[in-house]
Write a protein that binds this ligand. Structure first.
Ligand SMILES: [Zn+2]
Length: 383
């Protein structure tokens, strides 16, 4: 009888050992059966200490494409997910979540404080452009890149002097000082700037830019060669919405910028803003939103394709903050129904997507200043 029981037990043990069934995984690891160690190692380790940025990564990207969809949160991403047939964010390898508050005690941010934090690694007050909370200028990732001899670019579907692009190349206490921001941007060493803002550059900024040998274009002809620095101004202030037939598509600007910047062996830094997801949120307008998200999806696909062809490129995609407190509901028939809870920004946490060398740094939960710290670290590692 004893022998019979031993044989049965041996049989069960062998079955558990040889099985690859996930249900039996815990029994195998409990019994200490060899072959389970590797699987355990890939399980997430719980760190006792919060991570401190910048993080050392296996590789350092030569090129950085930083895509910011202004005003995009989980609600907007959900609408995009159901609206498009080929949801580009699913192609990224690493996903994180950031807090976006300005300096305490406020929780709800604006595009100036958030873009400044991602460009410099420091917190600032709402409205602050490339400055800390005491309005002292702070060097941006784009300026670090220029110091290293990398090529740099900014594109936006708002005025190029608007808060998000401005925070990478200007330093001023108030985002509304558009003409001073435009002058600082004209004086900066950014190689390619594409967006709206003819009115903001009129006069001194435009003259300064031309006198230093810059070229200004008012439309994009894909086959024309351009010298650098290049300033493309495609409307008086902001470009038209995607729904109303944008003068120059976000994708066309991205294509031109990448063509001009991907020419240096030292690499490049490019920030692409899909600015008007935010405008659609302020307007509580889901059709406006859908068209902007389609535009964003096509730019993401293009940049992901560029990354596949140029694997030394990090593509980082996030938002500065969420706008509209947007949620996606449905009807009984399954049609999407979008609800907004505010016409302003919210304090919602924001998703971050990354792929390419260094992408692993952007997994987890952290603060928007950590993005700035990490990007500056990458640039500083360049020879
Ligand atoms: Zn806004």
């Amino acid at each position: 009888m004893k022998l019979y029981r031993t044989v049965i037990l041996c049989l069960i043990f062998t079955l558990i050992s040889c099985s690859t069934s996930p249900e039996l995984f815990f029994i195998r690891s409990y019994l200490g059966i060899p072959g389970t160690e590797n699987i355990i190692e890939t399980e997430q380790k719980i760190d006792s200490e919060p991570r401190s940025f910048p993080l050392k990564t296996k590789e350092i990207p030569q090129n950085i494409i930083f895509i910011i969809a202004d005003g995009l949160g989980i609600g907007q991403l959900t609408l995009m997910f159901y609206d498009v047939s080929d949801f580009a964010p699913s192609k990224f390898s690493n996903l994180g979540l950031i807090s976006v508050h300005p300096s305490p005690p406020r929780k709800v941010p604006d595009s100036a404080n958030t873009a400044t934090s991602m460009a410099t690694g420091v917190k600032t007050h709402r409205g602050g452009i490339g400055v800390d909370e005491n309005d002292e200028p702070v060097k941006t990732v784009l300026e670090y890149a220029e110091e290293k001899g990398m090529l740099t670019g900014l594109t936006a579907t708002s005025s190029i002097a608007h808060a998000t692009p401005a925070s990478f190349a200007a330093h001023i206490d108030k985002r509304s000082k558009y003409n001073e921001i435009a002058l600082q941007m004209a004086q900066s060493d950014v190689d390619v700037m594409l967006g709206g803002g003819i009115d903001h550059f009129d006069g001194e900024p435009k003259n300064y830019f031309l006198n230093k040998g810059g070229k200004i274009i008012y439309g994009i002809e894909p086959d024309v060669n351009h010298s650098l620095p290049l300033l493309g101004l495609f409307s008086d202030t902001h470009l038209k919405s995607a729904e109303d037939g944008r003068e120059v598509k976000t994708l066309e600007m991205a294509k031109l910028a990448l063509k001009l910047l991907n020419t240096s062996f030292k690499g490049f830094f490019l920030m692409i803003e899909e600015s008007q997801v935010d405008f659609a949120g302020h307007a509580n307008n889901s059709e406006y939103m859908s068209a902007e998200l389609q535009s964003l999806n096509s730019v993401l696909h293009y940049c992901l394709d560029f990354q596949r062809k140029n694997p030394n490129t990090l593509v980082l995609f996030t938002a500065d903050h969420e706008t509209g407190g947007m949620a996606v509901e449905d009807t009984k028939e399954g049609d999407l129904h979008v609800q907004f809870t505010t016409g302003h920004h919210t304090a919602n946490l924001i998703p971050v997507f990354a792929i390419g060398p260094g992408a692993e740094a952007f997994s987890g939960v952290y603060d928007n200043t950590d993005i700035g710290k990490q990007l500056i670290y990458f640039i500083q590692q360049h020879k």
